[in-house]
Design a protein around this ligand. Sequence first.
Ligand code: PFF
Length: 456
Amino acid sequence: MSAAAQAGHRAHWSSRWAFVLATAGSAIGLGNIWKFPYMAGENGGGAFVLIYFVCIVLIGLPVMMTEIMLGRRAQRNPVAAMERLAREAAAPRAWKLVGVLGVFTGAVILSFYSVVAGWMLDYLMRAGAGRFHGMGPQEAKAAFGDLLANPYELALWHTVFMFLTMGVVAYGVTRGLERATKIMMPALAAILLVLVGYGLARGDMAGAAAFLFHPDFSRLSPQGVLAAMGQAFFSLSLGMGAVMVYGSYLQRHISIARVSVYVAAADTAFALLAGLAVFSIVFAHGMGPAAGPGLVMQTLPIAFGAMPGGTALGALFFLLVVFAAWTSAISIAEPGIAWMVENLRLKRGRACAAFGVVVWLVGVAALLSFNVWEGFRIFGRSVFDALDYLASNILLPLGGLAIVIFGAWVMRQTHAREELDLDEGWFKAWRLAARYLAPVAIALVFLNLIGLLPGA
Ligand code: PFF
Protein backbone atom coordinates (compact mmCIF):
# COMPACT_ATOMS: atom_id res chain seq x y z
CA MET A 1 0.00 0.00 0.00
CA SER A 2 2.54 2.56 1.05
CA ALA A 3 4.39 3.43 -2.12
CA ALA A 4 1.20 4.83 -3.55
CA ALA A 5 0.14 6.21 -0.18
CA GLN A 6 3.39 8.17 -0.14
CA ALA A 7 2.73 9.53 -3.57
CA GLY A 8 -0.46 11.01 -2.16
CA HIS A 9 -3.09 8.74 -3.68
CA ARG A 10 -4.37 5.75 -1.85
CA ALA A 11 -3.57 2.21 -2.81
CA HIS A 12 -5.07 -0.94 -1.40
CA TRP A 13 -4.01 -4.20 0.12
CA SER A 14 -3.13 -6.75 -2.52
CA SER A 15 -5.59 -9.34 -1.24
CA ARG A 16 -7.82 -10.32 1.62
CA TRP A 17 -4.91 -12.18 3.15
CA ALA A 18 -2.67 -9.17 3.02
CA PHE A 19 -5.24 -7.27 5.07
CA VAL A 20 -5.78 -10.16 7.50
CA LEU A 21 -2.03 -10.46 7.98
CA ALA A 22 -1.51 -6.76 8.52
CA THR A 23 -4.42 -6.54 10.94
CA ALA A 24 -3.32 -9.69 12.78
CA GLY A 25 0.19 -8.19 12.79
CA SER A 26 -1.27 -5.13 14.48
CA ALA A 27 -3.31 -7.12 16.97
CA ILE A 28 -0.71 -9.71 17.92
CA GLY A 29 2.10 -8.06 19.81
CA LEU A 30 3.28 -7.21 23.28
CA GLY A 31 -0.35 -7.13 24.35
CA ASN A 32 -0.52 -10.89 23.95
CA ILE A 33 2.92 -12.01 25.05
CA TRP A 34 3.80 -9.44 27.69
CA LYS A 35 0.60 -7.84 28.90
CA PHE A 36 -2.03 -10.55 28.93
CA PRO A 37 -0.15 -12.94 31.26
CA TYR A 38 0.73 -10.31 33.83
CA MET A 39 -2.73 -8.72 33.76
CA ALA A 40 -4.32 -12.12 34.28
CA GLY A 41 -1.81 -12.74 37.08
CA GLU A 42 -2.50 -9.44 38.79
CA ASN A 43 -6.26 -9.80 38.57
CA GLY A 44 -6.66 -13.27 40.00
CA GLY A 45 -6.64 -15.44 36.84
CA GLY A 46 -9.78 -17.30 35.69
CA ALA A 47 -12.45 -14.70 36.35
CA PHE A 48 -10.38 -12.07 34.57
CA VAL A 49 -9.81 -14.40 31.61
CA LEU A 50 -13.53 -15.17 31.37
CA ILE A 51 -14.51 -11.50 31.40
CA TYR A 52 -11.77 -10.86 28.86
CA PHE A 53 -13.35 -13.45 26.51
CA VAL A 54 -16.78 -11.97 26.98
CA CYS A 55 -15.35 -8.55 26.14
CA ILE A 56 -13.64 -9.89 23.02
CA VAL A 57 -16.86 -11.40 21.69
CA LEU A 58 -19.50 -8.91 22.81
CA ILE A 59 -17.51 -5.70 22.54
CA GLY A 60 -14.34 -6.42 20.57
CA LEU A 61 -15.89 -8.08 17.54
CA PRO A 62 -18.66 -5.53 16.94
CA VAL A 63 -16.25 -2.64 17.52
CA MET A 64 -13.71 -4.17 15.15
CA MET A 65 -16.30 -4.66 12.40
CA THR A 66 -17.54 -1.12 12.87
CA GLU A 67 -14.05 0.36 12.86
CA ILE A 68 -13.05 -1.43 9.65
CA MET A 69 -16.37 -0.48 8.09
CA LEU A 70 -15.90 3.22 8.84
CA GLY A 71 -12.37 3.18 7.48
CA ARG A 72 -13.30 1.43 4.27
CA ARG A 73 -16.32 3.60 3.62
CA ALA A 74 -14.40 6.84 4.12
CA GLN A 75 -11.09 5.83 2.49
CA ARG A 76 -9.38 8.40 4.69
CA ASN A 77 -7.22 8.62 7.81
CA PRO A 78 -9.34 8.47 11.00
CA VAL A 79 -9.66 12.24 11.47
CA ALA A 80 -10.71 12.90 7.88
CA ALA A 81 -12.76 9.70 7.86
CA MET A 82 -14.90 10.76 10.80
CA GLU A 83 -15.33 14.22 9.33
CA ARG A 84 -16.40 12.85 5.99
CA LEU A 85 -18.75 10.24 7.41
CA ALA A 86 -20.30 12.82 9.73
CA ARG A 87 -21.00 15.02 6.72
CA GLU A 88 -22.52 12.11 4.85
CA ALA A 89 -24.78 11.42 7.84
CA ALA A 90 -25.58 15.14 8.33
CA ALA A 91 -24.12 14.87 11.84
CA PRO A 92 -21.97 17.46 13.66
CA ARG A 93 -18.42 17.86 12.38
CA ALA A 94 -17.21 17.44 15.93
CA TRP A 95 -17.21 13.70 15.28
CA LYS A 96 -13.79 14.20 13.84
CA LEU A 97 -12.57 14.61 17.41
CA VAL A 98 -12.84 10.82 17.64
CA GLY A 99 -10.03 10.67 15.09
CA VAL A 100 -8.02 13.33 16.89
CA LEU A 101 -8.40 11.38 20.13
CA GLY A 102 -7.11 8.31 18.28
CA VAL A 103 -3.98 10.10 17.11
CA PHE A 104 -3.33 11.25 20.67
CA THR A 105 -3.97 7.77 22.05
CA GLY A 106 -1.52 6.33 19.53
CA ALA A 107 1.21 8.65 20.76
CA VAL A 108 0.51 7.70 24.37
CA ILE A 109 0.58 3.96 23.63
CA LEU A 110 3.65 4.02 21.43
CA SER A 111 5.68 5.82 24.11
CA PHE A 112 5.54 2.98 26.65
CA TYR A 113 5.15 0.26 24.03
CA SER A 114 8.53 1.13 22.61
CA VAL A 115 10.12 0.91 26.06
CA VAL A 116 8.78 -2.61 26.54
CA ALA A 117 9.81 -3.61 23.01
CA GLY A 118 13.25 -2.37 24.09
CA TRP A 119 13.24 -4.92 26.92
CA MET A 120 12.64 -7.60 24.32
CA LEU A 121 15.57 -6.37 22.22
CA ASP A 122 17.76 -6.44 25.30
CA TYR A 123 16.63 -9.99 26.08
CA LEU A 124 17.28 -11.00 22.50
CA MET A 125 20.94 -10.05 23.04
CA ARG A 126 21.09 -11.74 26.43
CA ALA A 127 19.54 -14.94 25.11
CA GLY A 128 21.95 -15.00 22.18
CA ALA A 129 24.90 -14.55 24.55
CA GLY A 130 23.79 -17.65 26.46
CA ARG A 131 23.00 -15.71 29.60
CA PHE A 132 19.85 -17.67 30.41
CA HIS A 133 21.72 -20.90 30.81
CA GLY A 134 20.88 -22.59 34.12
CA MET A 135 18.95 -19.54 35.31
CA GLY A 136 16.77 -19.93 38.40
CA PRO A 137 13.86 -17.75 39.54
CA GLN A 138 16.04 -15.60 41.79
CA GLU A 139 18.56 -14.85 39.06
CA ALA A 140 15.82 -14.15 36.53
CA LYS A 141 14.24 -11.64 38.86
CA ALA A 142 17.55 -9.98 39.66
CA ALA A 143 18.53 -9.79 35.98
CA PHE A 144 15.33 -7.97 35.10
CA GLY A 145 15.78 -5.69 38.10
CA ASP A 146 19.23 -4.79 36.80
CA LEU A 147 17.81 -3.85 33.43
CA LEU A 148 15.14 -1.60 34.96
CA ALA A 149 17.75 0.07 37.16
CA ASN A 150 19.82 1.05 34.13
CA PRO A 151 18.34 4.07 32.33
CA TYR A 152 21.05 4.04 29.63
CA GLU A 153 20.40 0.47 28.60
CA LEU A 154 16.65 1.08 28.59
CA ALA A 155 17.06 4.27 26.59
CA LEU A 156 19.36 2.63 24.07
CA TRP A 157 16.87 -0.09 23.15
CA HIS A 158 13.89 2.25 23.29
CA THR A 159 15.72 4.46 20.80
CA VAL A 160 16.59 1.53 18.53
CA PHE A 161 12.98 0.40 18.50
CA MET A 162 11.67 3.89 17.73
CA PHE A 163 14.04 4.08 14.77
CA LEU A 164 12.92 0.68 13.53
CA THR A 165 9.28 1.68 13.77
CA MET A 166 9.39 5.17 12.35
CA GLY A 167 11.78 3.96 9.65
CA VAL A 168 9.23 1.53 8.31
CA VAL A 169 6.40 4.02 8.63
CA ALA A 170 8.46 6.66 6.83
CA TYR A 171 9.80 4.55 4.00
CA GLY A 172 6.85 2.22 3.77
CA VAL A 173 8.46 -1.16 3.27
CA THR A 174 5.13 -2.68 4.22
CA ARG A 175 5.21 -5.13 1.34
CA GLY A 176 8.30 -6.77 2.73
CA LEU A 177 6.66 -6.78 6.14
CA GLU A 178 3.57 -8.46 4.76
CA ARG A 179 5.69 -11.26 3.45
CA ALA A 180 7.76 -11.52 6.62
CA THR A 181 4.63 -11.56 8.79
CA LYS A 182 3.49 -14.65 6.93
CA ILE A 183 6.57 -16.51 8.19
CA MET A 184 7.22 -14.85 11.53
CA MET A 185 3.74 -15.22 13.04
CA PRO A 186 3.51 -18.99 12.57
CA ALA A 187 7.10 -19.26 13.82
CA LEU A 188 6.20 -17.32 16.96
CA ALA A 189 3.19 -19.58 17.47
CA ALA A 190 5.46 -22.62 17.06
CA ILE A 191 7.90 -21.44 19.75
CA LEU A 192 5.01 -20.66 22.05
CA LEU A 193 3.89 -24.24 21.52
CA VAL A 194 7.41 -25.45 22.40
CA LEU A 195 7.19 -23.40 25.60
CA VAL A 196 3.80 -24.88 26.37
CA GLY A 197 5.35 -28.31 25.73
CA TYR A 198 8.12 -27.44 28.18
CA GLY A 199 5.44 -26.40 30.66
CA LEU A 200 3.73 -29.76 30.21
CA ALA A 201 6.95 -31.72 30.68
CA ARG A 202 8.74 -29.74 33.36
CA GLY A 203 6.37 -27.04 34.61
CA ASP A 204 3.08 -27.05 36.43
CA MET A 205 0.65 -26.99 33.52
CA ALA A 206 -2.23 -28.27 35.65
CA GLY A 207 -1.67 -25.36 37.99
CA ALA A 208 -1.49 -22.93 35.07
CA ALA A 209 -4.70 -24.25 33.51
CA ALA A 210 -6.51 -24.17 36.84
CA PHE A 211 -5.35 -20.60 37.43
CA LEU A 212 -6.38 -19.37 33.98
CA PHE A 213 -9.59 -21.32 33.46
CA HIS A 214 -11.24 -21.73 36.86
CA PRO A 215 -12.99 -18.47 37.50
CA ASP A 216 -13.01 -17.33 41.08
CA PHE A 217 -15.08 -14.18 41.04
CA SER A 218 -14.23 -13.29 44.60
CA ARG A 219 -10.80 -12.32 43.28
CA LEU A 220 -12.07 -9.92 40.65
CA SER A 221 -12.64 -6.27 41.54
CA PRO A 222 -14.45 -3.60 39.48
CA GLN A 223 -10.93 -2.41 38.61
CA GLY A 224 -10.21 -5.90 37.31
CA VAL A 225 -13.30 -5.84 35.10
CA LEU A 226 -12.21 -2.52 33.62
CA ALA A 227 -8.72 -3.94 33.13
CA ALA A 228 -10.16 -6.94 31.24
CA MET A 229 -12.14 -4.66 28.96
CA GLY A 230 -9.17 -2.35 28.44
CA GLN A 231 -7.02 -5.35 27.63
CA ALA A 232 -9.54 -6.55 25.03
CA PHE A 233 -9.34 -3.15 23.29
CA PHE A 234 -5.56 -3.00 23.56
CA SER A 235 -4.99 -6.53 22.34
CA LEU A 236 -7.31 -6.18 19.34
CA SER A 237 -5.87 -2.73 18.50
CA LEU A 238 -9.32 -1.14 18.81
CA GLY A 239 -10.58 2.29 19.75
CA MET A 240 -7.89 4.54 18.28
CA GLY A 241 -8.28 4.23 14.53
CA ALA A 242 -5.46 1.74 13.87
CA VAL A 243 -7.84 -0.81 12.45
CA MET A 244 -9.81 2.02 10.82
CA VAL A 245 -6.78 3.23 8.90
CA TYR A 246 -5.96 -0.32 7.79
CA GLY A 247 -9.61 -0.71 6.78
CA SER A 248 -9.28 2.40 4.65
CA TYR A 249 -6.80 0.52 2.47
CA LEU A 250 -9.20 -2.43 2.09
CA GLN A 251 -10.94 -3.23 -1.18
CA ARG A 252 -14.69 -3.26 -1.46
CA HIS A 253 -15.58 -6.90 -1.93
CA ILE A 254 -13.95 -8.35 1.18
CA SER A 255 -16.09 -9.66 4.05
CA ILE A 256 -15.39 -7.48 7.07
CA ALA A 257 -17.07 -9.91 9.47
CA ARG A 258 -15.00 -12.88 8.44
CA VAL A 259 -11.75 -10.97 8.64
CA SER A 260 -12.66 -9.70 12.12
CA VAL A 261 -13.38 -13.20 13.39
CA TYR A 262 -10.05 -14.53 12.05
CA VAL A 263 -8.09 -11.75 13.68
CA ALA A 264 -9.86 -12.01 17.04
CA ALA A 265 -9.43 -15.80 17.12
CA ALA A 266 -5.72 -15.67 16.27
CA ASP A 267 -5.14 -12.90 18.78
CA THR A 268 -6.85 -14.82 21.57
CA ALA A 269 -4.91 -18.00 20.76
CA PHE A 270 -1.58 -16.18 21.10
CA ALA A 271 -2.58 -14.69 24.44
CA LEU A 272 -3.67 -18.04 25.84
CA LEU A 273 -0.52 -19.83 24.70
CA ALA A 274 1.63 -17.17 26.30
CA GLY A 275 -0.43 -17.36 29.49
CA LEU A 276 -0.12 -21.14 29.75
CA ALA A 277 3.63 -21.04 29.09
CA VAL A 278 4.24 -18.33 31.68
CA PHE A 279 2.07 -19.71 34.48
CA SER A 280 3.33 -23.27 34.18
CA ILE A 281 6.75 -21.83 35.07
CA VAL A 282 5.38 -19.51 37.75
CA PHE A 283 3.71 -22.32 39.67
CA ALA A 284 6.48 -24.88 39.17
CA HIS A 285 8.94 -22.51 40.84
CA GLY A 286 6.70 -21.24 43.59
CA MET A 287 6.75 -17.71 42.14
CA GLY A 288 3.88 -15.27 42.62
CA PRO A 289 1.48 -14.71 39.68
CA ALA A 290 1.12 -11.02 40.51
CA ALA A 291 4.69 -9.93 39.70
CA GLY A 292 3.40 -7.17 37.40
CA PRO A 293 4.92 -5.99 34.10
CA GLY A 294 8.13 -8.00 34.64
CA LEU A 295 6.35 -11.36 34.80
CA VAL A 296 7.27 -12.63 31.33
CA MET A 297 10.85 -11.41 31.62
CA GLN A 298 11.25 -13.21 34.93
CA THR A 299 9.77 -16.54 33.86
CA LEU A 300 10.50 -17.46 30.25
CA PRO A 301 14.31 -17.17 30.60
CA ILE A 302 14.11 -19.95 33.19
CA ALA A 303 12.51 -22.25 30.62
CA PHE A 304 14.97 -21.32 27.87
CA GLY A 305 17.86 -21.71 30.29
CA ALA A 306 16.83 -25.26 31.15
CA MET A 307 15.84 -26.74 27.79
CA PRO A 308 18.19 -28.27 25.22
CA GLY A 309 18.90 -25.76 22.46
CA GLY A 310 17.49 -23.06 24.73
CA THR A 311 20.06 -20.44 23.76
CA ALA A 312 19.13 -20.47 20.09
CA LEU A 313 15.45 -20.94 20.75
CA GLY A 314 15.40 -18.16 23.33
CA ALA A 315 17.11 -15.77 20.95
CA LEU A 316 14.71 -16.72 18.17
CA PHE A 317 11.75 -16.25 20.50
CA PHE A 318 12.75 -12.73 21.52
CA LEU A 319 13.51 -11.89 17.91
CA LEU A 320 10.00 -12.94 16.93
CA VAL A 321 8.48 -11.01 19.82
CA VAL A 322 10.37 -7.91 18.66
CA PHE A 323 9.00 -8.50 15.21
CA ALA A 324 5.45 -8.89 16.54
CA ALA A 325 5.90 -5.68 18.53
CA TRP A 326 7.22 -3.93 15.45
CA THR A 327 4.23 -4.81 13.25
CA SER A 328 1.97 -3.55 16.05
CA ALA A 329 3.94 -0.36 16.64
CA ILE A 330 3.68 0.53 12.97
CA SER A 331 -0.10 0.40 13.20
CA ILE A 332 -0.05 2.48 16.38
CA ALA A 333 1.77 5.27 14.54
CA GLU A 334 -0.08 5.04 11.23
CA PRO A 335 -3.28 6.97 12.11
CA GLY A 336 -1.24 9.96 13.27
CA ILE A 337 1.11 9.84 10.31
CA ALA A 338 -1.68 9.39 7.75
CA TRP A 339 -3.44 12.38 9.30
CA MET A 340 -0.34 14.60 9.21
CA VAL A 341 0.37 13.64 5.59
CA GLU A 342 -3.18 13.88 4.26
CA ASN A 343 -4.54 16.78 6.30
CA LEU A 344 -1.57 18.81 7.44
CA ARG A 345 0.22 18.21 4.12
CA LEU A 346 3.49 17.28 5.79
CA LYS A 347 5.97 15.12 3.93
CA ARG A 348 5.81 11.56 5.22
CA GLY A 349 9.40 11.62 6.47
CA ARG A 350 8.87 14.90 8.34
CA ALA A 351 5.65 13.68 9.88
CA CYS A 352 7.45 10.57 11.12
CA ALA A 353 10.32 12.59 12.55
CA ALA A 354 7.97 14.95 14.41
CA PHE A 355 5.76 12.18 15.77
CA GLY A 356 8.78 10.02 16.57
CA VAL A 357 10.57 12.70 18.58
CA VAL A 358 7.54 13.54 20.71
CA VAL A 359 6.78 9.89 21.39
CA TRP A 360 10.44 9.13 22.09
CA LEU A 361 10.60 11.89 24.71
CA VAL A 362 7.50 10.65 26.50
CA GLY A 363 9.00 7.15 26.34
CA VAL A 364 12.15 8.42 28.04
CA ALA A 365 10.02 9.79 30.86
CA ALA A 366 8.36 6.36 31.09
CA LEU A 367 11.66 4.50 31.30
CA LEU A 368 13.08 6.91 33.85
CA SER A 369 10.12 6.10 36.07
CA PHE A 370 11.75 2.69 36.73
CA ASN A 371 14.88 4.24 38.16
CA VAL A 372 15.79 7.90 38.65
CA TRP A 373 12.19 9.12 38.80
CA GLU A 374 10.94 6.14 40.71
CA GLY A 375 9.33 8.16 43.46
CA PHE A 376 7.39 10.43 41.11
CA ARG A 377 3.67 9.57 41.02
CA ILE A 378 0.71 10.67 38.90
CA PHE A 379 -2.53 9.74 40.70
CA GLY A 380 -0.55 7.18 42.64
CA ARG A 381 1.06 5.62 39.54
CA SER A 382 4.49 5.77 37.99
CA VAL A 383 4.72 7.56 34.62
CA PHE A 384 4.93 4.20 32.84
CA ASP A 385 1.86 2.80 34.61
CA ALA A 386 -0.06 6.04 34.23
CA LEU A 387 0.47 6.09 30.44
CA ASP A 388 -0.66 2.48 30.12
CA TYR A 389 -3.67 3.02 32.39
CA LEU A 390 -4.75 6.18 30.61
CA ALA A 391 -4.52 4.57 27.17
CA SER A 392 -5.88 1.10 27.83
CA ASN A 393 -8.51 1.73 30.46
CA ILE A 394 -9.78 5.15 29.48
CA LEU A 395 -8.87 6.36 25.98
CA LEU A 396 -9.33 3.13 24.01
CA PRO A 397 -12.72 2.20 25.54
CA LEU A 398 -13.92 5.79 25.04
CA GLY A 399 -12.78 5.74 21.43
CA GLY A 400 -14.45 2.37 20.93
CA LEU A 401 -17.67 3.66 22.48
CA ALA A 402 -17.73 6.62 20.12
CA ILE A 403 -16.99 4.39 17.13
CA VAL A 404 -19.85 1.93 17.75
CA ILE A 405 -22.26 4.73 18.55
CA PHE A 406 -21.37 6.43 15.30
CA GLY A 407 -21.54 3.25 13.21
CA ALA A 408 -24.77 1.96 14.68
CA TRP A 409 -26.72 5.12 15.54
CA VAL A 410 -25.43 8.00 13.45
CA MET A 411 -24.41 6.50 10.13
CA ARG A 412 -27.25 5.64 7.79
CA GLN A 413 -28.09 1.99 8.22
CA THR A 414 -28.37 1.44 4.48
CA HIS A 415 -24.69 2.39 4.32
CA ALA A 416 -23.74 0.05 7.14
CA ARG A 417 -25.70 -2.71 5.44
CA GLU A 418 -23.90 -2.05 2.18
CA GLU A 419 -20.45 -2.11 3.77
CA LEU A 420 -20.92 -5.13 6.00
CA ASP A 421 -22.79 -7.06 3.31
CA LEU A 422 -24.10 -9.70 5.72
CA ASP A 423 -27.11 -12.00 5.68
CA GLU A 424 -30.08 -10.33 7.30
CA GLY A 425 -29.73 -12.40 10.49
CA TRP A 426 -26.05 -11.56 10.98
CA PHE A 427 -26.63 -7.93 10.14
CA LYS A 428 -29.28 -7.78 12.87
CA ALA A 429 -26.85 -9.47 15.27
CA TRP A 430 -24.17 -6.89 14.49
CA ARG A 431 -26.67 -4.09 14.95
CA LEU A 432 -27.89 -5.43 18.25
CA ALA A 433 -24.33 -5.73 19.51
CA ALA A 434 -23.14 -2.40 18.15
CA ARG A 435 -26.27 -0.43 19.12
CA TYR A 436 -26.95 -1.84 22.55
CA LEU A 437 -24.67 -4.54 23.91
CA ALA A 438 -21.28 -2.98 23.33
CA PRO A 439 -22.12 0.63 24.31
CA VAL A 440 -24.11 -0.43 27.36
CA ALA A 441 -21.36 -2.81 28.48
CA ILE A 442 -18.66 -0.16 28.10
CA ALA A 443 -20.79 2.39 29.94
CA LEU A 444 -21.56 -0.06 32.75
CA VAL A 445 -17.92 -0.88 33.32
CA PHE A 446 -17.09 2.82 33.59
CA LEU A 447 -20.03 3.59 35.85
CA ASN A 448 -19.33 0.61 38.04
CA LEU A 449 -15.84 1.88 38.51
CA ILE A 450 -16.75 5.39 39.45
CA GLY A 451 -19.14 3.84 41.92
CA LEU A 452 -22.34 5.18 40.41
CA LEU A 453 -24.04 1.82 40.32
CA PRO A 454 -25.81 0.53 43.40
CA GLY A 455 -23.70 -2.10 45.10
CA ALA A 456 -20.49 -0.94 43.41
N1 PFF B 1 -2.65 -4.84 19.72
C1 PFF B 1 -1.28 -4.54 20.05
C2 PFF B 1 -0.77 -5.60 21.01
O1 PFF B 1 -1.55 -6.42 21.49
O2 PFF B 1 0.41 -5.60 21.29
C3 PFF B 1 -1.12 -3.16 20.60
C4 PFF B 1 -1.89 -2.10 19.88
C5 PFF B 1 -1.74 -1.92 18.50
C6 PFF B 1 -2.79 -1.30 20.57
C7 PFF B 1 -2.47 -0.96 17.82
C8 PFF B 1 -3.52 -0.34 19.90
C9 PFF B 1 -3.34 -0.19 18.54
F1 PFF B 1 -4.04 0.70 17.93
